[in-house]
Design a protein around this ligand. Structure first.
Ligand SMILES: NC(=O)N[C@@H](CC(=O)O)C(=O)O
Ligand SMILES: [Zn+2]
Ligand SMILES: [Zn+2]
Length: 349
């Protein structure tokens, strides 16, 4: 096995940095990424260009001196989003994409979209101006089984929406099913679609959450599915194919919010994401595809150059220790535990 691997600096195309004390605590853990698409689901959400600009400034202030990270901002799509603000914010380089949350689908999504007809003018303006739409792809219909909500979303919402808005470029975020993989792959021609894949969905299936006791730290949305789906995600991520790229969906919550009778969704993977990815790509003998997944395919979709500088991953003989928890303003936040030892460590090359 290789002892060193040098790759273009990775980017994270789906990241939650939160705000305030949590932002200050978690931002340094993503500082070695080149760029990150920053999710807008704050309370209240980031809905205007001015708010995105102000949030970007708060992120930059929270990053340590010399951090590589360049935050790429998004707007949270609501039924009252102003198309002109979206187009102008994108033109001025304030935002890189718009995020669609079906109302009620996930953490802080209450202001999301219920009536898709109401956002049609925004989507049409985005298609025209080339602003990508990032989508949390789950239906919210309580009749639909939670494990089916992604597949049903594709048929009922995503495909009709894409057909009704020709030219709209869509990223299906945090895909968790073979249905998601197939839909992205089948519709990726000409850069029409991309799909982000998280670190944790490459590691766990639904047994990790439910078998032998309930484990709230493995609960996220979309919820991890059965093993066949995890294998489809691994194959997509390790295929090197263009439409699939890393979006960690690192989503920190205080343990006091996770460890509850009704605990919230999200896995905090920022501190050990690259070590986990190197480990699992190495397990499958696919280390040669890691750079495509973390550093090349995402920039190609977003129409930006790959990062110029490089990162070195070193494989140690002894396991590398990562913190099990971090402190965020007096609250504990648990770091995702992949359930196996990690031997890789990253440093600038
Ligand atoms: N993924 C999650 O489980 N949670 C995310 C929201 C999201 O990305 O859906 C969060 O903001 O906590
Ligand atoms: Zn989501
Ligand atoms: Zn997310």
């Amino acid at each position: 096995m290789k002892k060193f691997l040098t790759i273009r600096r990775p980017d994270d195309w789906h990241l939650h940095l939160r705000d305030g004390a949590m932002l200050a605590a978690v931002a340094p853990h993503s500082a070695a990424f080149g760029r990150a698409i920053i999710m807008p689901n704050l309370v209240p959400p980031v809905v205007t260009g001015d708010q995105a600009r102000a949030y970007r400034d708060r992120i930059l202030s929270a990053l340590p001196e010399g951090a590589a990270l360049q935050p790429l901002m998004t707007l949270y799509l609501t039924e009252t989003t102003d198309p002109a603000d979206v187009v102008a914010s994108h033109r001025d380089g304030v935002i890189s994409a718009v995020k669609l949350y079906p109302a009620g689908a996930t953490t802080n999504s209450a202001s999301g979209v219920t009536d898709f007809n109401k956002v049609r003018p925004v989507l049409e303006a985005m298609a025209e101006a080339g602003v990508p739409l990032c989508v949390h792809g789950e239906v919210t219909d309580p009749e639909i089984d939670i494990f089916d909500r992604e597949a049903v979303f594709i048929d009922r919402v995503l495909d009709p929406l894409r057909r009704a808005t020709p030219g709209l470029r869509v990223v299906m975020e945090h895909i968790t099913t073979s249905d998601g993989v197939a839909y992205v792959r089948d519709n990726a021609a000409g850069g029409a679609m991309g799909g982000t894949i998280t670190t944790h969905h490459l590691v766990i299936n639904r047994n990790a959450i439910l078998a032998g006791g309930i484990r709230p730290h493995y609960y996220c949305l979309p919820v991890a599915k059965r093993e066949t789906h995890r294998l489809a995600l691994r194959e997509a991520a390790m295929s090197g194919q263009g439409p699939f790229f890393l979006g960690t969906d690192s989503a920190p919550h205080p343990d006091t919010a996770k460890l509850q009778p009704c605990g919230c969704a999200g896995c905090f993977t920022a501190p050990n994401t690259m070590a986990i990815l190197a480990e699992i790509f190495a397990q499958e003998g696919r280390l040669d595809q890691l750079e495509a997944f973390t550093s090349l395919n995402g920039p190609a979709f977003y129409g930006v150059a790959p990062n110029e500088d490089r990162l070195r991953l070193t494989r140690h003989d002894e396991p590398v220790r990562f913190p099990e928890q971090i402190d965020a303003g007096g609250e504990r936040v648990t770091v995702f535990d992949p359930g196996f030892d990690l031997f890789w460590q990253m440093e600038s090359a």
